[in-house]
Design a protein around this ligand. Structure first.
Ligand code: PRP
Length: 219
């Protein structure tokens, strides 16, 4: 029986994983081991339901899922777009909502409007490249940073940034604003392409239960 096989979940460490576990608890999937914050264990098992969970860096989640080391992953849409792995995106979990935007000082609005060759600092070079080259048909220079991207325009590294905006307070506190919106983001469930064929029933049931829960939540 297919119930014999473990289904393995890769969760992006941090807030996303905590929210995911809260959601799973509501459909009866629990993993007590994972709640022990002092534990240094990396992988947690629910023997009864034959489930395994592990926490990884967000950008590694699609990698684990593509290669089948995890059957299922939960990660932000930004990471899915940037990593561009061969996985099925099956469900919008409705939390972790934010937006991918082009941001900068108000003065950079002119440069964008005139399709100037500007410098764009970002943690998301693939998303930035796709937006400027394929959607806007604007040639830009993309500079990869690893965090605190808002510094880019402030210290004169770049004209604008492409980054996640949630509340907008980081931008505001640094004298920057949203200039263009690229797309909305939220947490998504992704599935390995082979697992989807081999474990169709278990995965479909899980998707249906989570979908119902998300719809309840958004009512
Ligand atoms: C993210 C993002 C922005 C900030 C947006 O950074 O890169 O800097 O959150 O949130 P806000 O609109 O609510 O202010 P994160 O905290 O992940 O750190 P990072 O700058 O190191 O990427």
């Amino acid at each position: 029986m297919s119930e014999e096989r473990y289904l393995t979940f890769a969760l992006g460490k941090g807030r996303l994983a905590n929210k995911t576990l809260e959601l799973f608890e509501q459909i009866g999937i629990t993993c007590e081991e994972m709640k022990d914050k002092s534990s240094r264990k990396l992988i947690f098992v629910n023997e009864e339901k034959k489930l395994k969970f592990f926490l990884s860096k967000g950008p590694d989640v699609p990698t684990y899922v593509e290669y089948g080391a995890a059957d299922i992953g939960v990660v932000g849409k930004d990471t899915i777009m940037e990593e561009n792995r061969r996985v099925y995106e099956v469900l919008d979990l409705g939390f972790g909502k934010c937006r991918m935007c082009v941001c900068g000082p108000a003065s950079a609005g002119e440069l964008l409007r005139h399709h100037e060759r500007i410098r764009v600092a970002t943690k998301y070079p693939l998303i930035a490249r796709d937006y400027f080259y394929n959607k806007k048909h604007q040639t830009v220079d993309i500079i990869k940073l690893n965090g605190s991207v808002e510094l880019g325009p402030i210290v004169g590294l770049s004209d604008v940034i492409v980054d996640i905006v949630e509340t907008g307070s980081t931008l505001k506190e640094n004298g920057l604003g949203v200039l263009e919106e690229i797309c909305p983001l939220s947490a998504r469930m992704i599935v390995n392409q082979v697992s989807m064929q081999m474990e169709t029933e278990r995965i479909r049931t899980l998707i249906t239960q989570l979908k119902e829960l998300c719809q309840e939540g958004s009512k």
